[in-house]
Write a protein that binds this ligand. Structure first.
Ligand SMILES: [Zn+2]
Ligand SMILES: [Zn+2]
Length: 409
């Protein structure tokens, strides 16, 4: 059924789109609307004040567009205490915080996305994209994915297997986009949370091609364990399958916070600020951001900033925005196609996710040999992450794969 080698250069950066800008965003975080501990305005304010350009508040199976009152409870582990209500009043003024008593119990009204927009959104400076963490499962396996730029709530669709659940929920987001005549995007979250998803599950995603290579929540097992691959290994294996036997095209990686804890900073919890994406878009609006992401014109970061990512049919060059006194190691990773050794007339595969080269130069350049199915890059800073996912983490960036030699039927 296959296969001729063709060159499919994906050109990012430089000359063609000089009017594009880098926008910093987090597409995954939680508030009191579901299981986060921060009032939505408090969560939003953190991102506004920390240099983000856009934010997706992605609560579990809910949009913040209804009249919702949250119980104020003074007890251990309560997510909304009188002290926190007082803190909100002190920050925003008494008119901003509405409380009431129902059957002798105090409640606080949660602010809606429309109210947050009125408070924080500013054209060209800060943007909210409405989103939801579609929170589904198959038996004991959690299946979570984020839908972005939604108009109304999407209910998890379930399915007959993990793979089926993922696809049904992705299809729901795609259909939502068609129905409302707007761009949407779905990204598959934390594949190793509850060891829910396998490489095969990620590889078979159709219609969308995004997953979280880095998620800042403490329970998501980004690095795998003795019997499970880490998310980077999953990325390489899934990419290799997608670009050969499945013929499904690239898979792009995101970094997100998945923050739930907005009070207990900085250690030991799932805090904001651990991971984000930098998107190179025409302007700061949902359509441009999603369009750039669908082109793969973004990178994931947990602290390393890049000035420019350039590729042409011969090489990939990464310009790092270097901080003084900090060293950067750039690792180029890919899977090679080898000469046909078994005589079936088709190229064989080299090691999946091989480190093709490593350099400490800036810019960091990798010249394609031409036999790489894809090449992606990881940049590792010598600077420790200030609030790491795991002890000992350094700041990093993940550059999206460039398809060098792909196969076609
Ligand atoms: Zn989740
Ligand atoms: Zn989440």
């Amino acid at each position: 059924m296959r296969r001729t080698l063709i060159l499919l250069p994906l050109v990012l950066g430089s000359t063609a789109c000089t009017t594009n800008h880098w926008y910093k965003g987090n597409t995954h975080t939680h508030t009191l609307w579901s299981d986060g501990d921060g009032a939505p305005e408090l969560v939003a304010q953190w991102y506004v004040e920390h240099g983000y350009d856009f934010l997706v508040l992605s609560d579990h199976n809910i949009l913040s567009n209804t009249d919702r009152w949250f119980p104020v409870v003074d007890a251990p582990n309560s997510r909304l205490t009188s002290e926190r209500v007082d803190d909100l009043i002190a920050r925003y003024g008494p008119d901003h915080v509405q409380t009431r008593e129902v059957d002798g119990k105090r409640q606080m009204r949660l602010h809606t996305l429309d109210e947050l927009r009125a408070q924080y959104e500013k054209k060209g400076q800060f943007l909210f994209i409405q989103g939801e963490e579609i929170t589904d499962h198959f038996n004991n396996a959690p299946v979570h994915l984020n839908g972005m730029n939604l108009v109304d709530l999407i209910k998890p669709r379930g399915g007959a297997s993990v793979r089926d659940v993922i696809q049904n929920d992705i299809d729901a987001v795609i259909e939502h986009g068609h129905e409302h005549n707007r761009p949407t995007l779905a990204h598959v979250n934390h594949p190793n949370f509850g060891w829910g998803l396998t490489i095969d599950d990620i590889a078979h995603i159709r219609g969308e091609n995004f997953f979280e290579v880095y998620n800042g929540h403490r329970s998501v097992n980004n690095y795998g364990d003795k019997t499970h691959p880490g998310t980077e290994q999953m990325w390489d294996a899934a990419l290799t399958q997608r670009l050969t036997e499945l013929d499904l095209g690239p898979l792009f990686g995101l970094a997100t916070d998945d923050a739930h804890n907005h009070y207990q900073l900085p250690e030991g919890h799932s805090n904001p600020g651990r991971g984000w994406i930098m998107v190179r878009a025409r302007s700061l609006d949902a359509e441009s951001i999603l369009d750039a992401m669908h082109r793969g014109d973004f990178y994931a970061s947990s602290g390393v900033t890049l000035n420019k990512i350039e590729s042409d049919p011969h090489k990939l060059t990464i310009h790092i925005d270097a901080e003084p006194g900090v060293a950067y190691t750039t690792r180029f990773v890919g899977t090679r196609l080898k000469a046909d050794a078994n005589g079936d007339g088709q190229p064989d595969l080299g090691d999946v996710g091989e480190v093709l080269d490593e350099t400490m130069s800036n810019p960091a350049t990798y010249e394609f040999a031409g036999d790489e199915l894809y090449v992606r890059a990881v940049i590792i800073s010598s600077k420790p992450h200030p609030n790491p996912f795991a002890k000992g983490d350094h700041q990093m960036a993940w550059v999206q794969p460039i398809m060098v030699a792909a196969t076609t039927r």
